[in-house]
Design a protein. Structure first.
Length: 270
């Protein structure tokens, strides 16, 4: 009897142990690649307030995160921990995208299984490196901003594709080069090697979101770039912060004119 794919995805999504979650994701992706047949029958998706995660790190508001000098041992560890937390949350985001929007075709499901497997691999690499610095995942507080957007976009696959991969994850394309510059300044070559992998993969992940966003816009007769800008403003999305990684964004599916428009956006007046 074939496994029920959406039940399996839900089990992985709600798994709280990072090692177990990563193992489940890797196993599921391997099965998918071998052409395993899955049963797509499932109960309708429900709201998830919080996906599976360990009790640590403590989640706080972004404003409560203490700034630390990267030149210090603690600051160095805190930076790697922050990236590690983003990658762990990204596993849950990819799993939820695959589990929640089951009206989408098999290609969509396969895309997000691959993304989940990539994010799990990134998390493992970063956690291993964090341990070499004398820390582990959970040793620093973190914020839940990424998952908050998952809750806000749970009603519509088009909105999810726009505001998670194409907005929040695309911000990572901009943020990673400056982070790498800081790590280069303190000689952390191991972290640089990992972030080279992460940045390359994240371009493809944003491109996955771009592909399915445009697919859904075409289905609904919507102009993609105008629709994205509307959602960007409707959800009061964080404005682009320079420097913008235009090369990476172009590779991920943004147009030059769209990047310029987004870069010139100002936060709407209250």
């Amino acid at each position: 009897m074939s496994r029920k794919i959406f039940d399996t995805l839900h089990d992985a999504l709600m798994c709280a142990d990072p090692d177990d979650k990563c193992a489940q994701v890797a196993s599921l992706w391997r099965e998918w690649q071998t052409g395993a047949v899955f049963d797509r029958t499932a109960a309708p998706p429900h709201a998830i307030d919080d996906a599976g995660r360990p009790t640590r790190p403590e989640l706080v508001e972004p404003s409560a995160l203490r700034s630390r000098r990267i030149g210090s041992r603690e600051g160095h560890g805190a930076m790697i921990h922050a990236i590690c937390h983003i990658e762990f949350t990204a596993i849950n985001l990819a799993l939820d995208a695959a589990w929640r929007f089951r009206e989408m075709p098999d290609d969509y499901l396969g895309d997000w299984l691959r993304v989940a497997a990539d994010e799990a691999r990134h998390f493992g690499l970063l956690r291993t490196h964090l341990r070499t610095l004398g820390y582990d995942y959970g040793d620093f507080p973190a914020h839940a901003g990424l998952w908050d957007m998952a809750r806000r976009t749970a009603h519509d696959a088009l909105v999810r594709m726009a505001l998670v991969p194409r907005m929040l994850e695309a911000r990572g394309l901009d943020a990673t080069p400056p982070i790498m510059a800081k790590l280069r300044a303190i000689g952390d070559q191991a972290a640089l090697d990992i972030l080279d992998i992460v940045l390359s993969d994240e371009i493809t992940h944003v491109a996955v979101g771009d592909r399915w966003f445009r697919h859904l816009c075409a289905q609904r007769g919507l102009a993609p770039e105008a629709t994205f800008l509307h959602l960007f403003n409707e959800f009061d999305a964080p404005r682009l912060q320079p420097p913008v990684n235009e090369k990476a964004r172009l590779e991920a599916g943004f147009s030059e004119s769209e990047i310029e428009t987004l870069a010139n956006q100002r936060r709407p007046a209250a």
